[in-house]
Design a binder for this molecule. Structure first.
Ligand code: ZN
Length: 183
């Protein structure tokens, strides 16, 4: 297992949709190990493969002391309930903004060995599954904010010590809403 450097906001890999996993091989299992190790090293709640520069549909999570991962996730929303609360991203360090998400989610996919997995998540787990699956579509939580909150986020980003004005990041003005997201 290796802790990998985390790609920061402005890196094009974070805006590139990831490819579905086809081979459930040793390489994939190593990727999952790296994701878990890197996430834990940063005390993260979740980490998606593009955040360590790998364009595959895989994410790891560490929510309420449950550590896991999901390959080729597909989200379903069992109801219309929403939640609103602070959200951050390891690729946008130090920036936290209240973000609306669906409250309940059923995340279906596979483990690193190709066995089907289903995660029934509420609250923080649901938020994490939505945030990480967004990463696999090249979507950042900033894209989910309304104008006022996005302005606040961008102000925080410009003030961050890691921000590089020489390579300004891509900011999507209208949110990209991938199916089956109803938001
Ligand atoms: Zn993130």
């Amino acid at each position: 297992m290796t802790v990998q450097p985390i790609r920061l906001f402005g890196d094009p890999v974070l805006r590139t949709p990831a490819e579905p996993v086809v081979d459930f091989d040793r390489e994939l299992q190593r990727l999952v190990d790296d994701l878990v190790e890197t996430m834990r090293g940063q005390n993260g709640v979740g980490l998606a493969a593009p955040q360590i520069g790998v364009g595959l549909r895989v994410f790891a999570f560490d929510v309420d002391d449950v550590i896991g991962h999901l390959v080729n996730p597909v989200l379903e929303f069992p109801d219309e309930e929403e939640q609103d609360g602070p959200e951050g991203c390891l690729s946008i360090p130090g920036v936290y903004v209240d973000t609306k998400r669906r409250k309940n989610v059923v995340a279906k996919g596979f483990n690193a060995y190709g066995d089907p997995v289903q995660i029934v998540g509420a609250g923080q787990m649901a938020r994490c599954a939505q945030h990480e699956t967004d990463h696999l579509d090249g979507v950042l939580f900033l894209d989910r904010l309304d104008r006022g909150r996005r302005k606040d986020a961008l102000r925080q980003i410009r003030a961050a010590d890691w921000y590089n004005p020489e390579a300004p990041p891509v900011i999507k003005v209208s949110p990209h809403v991938p199916s089956p997201f109803g938001m």
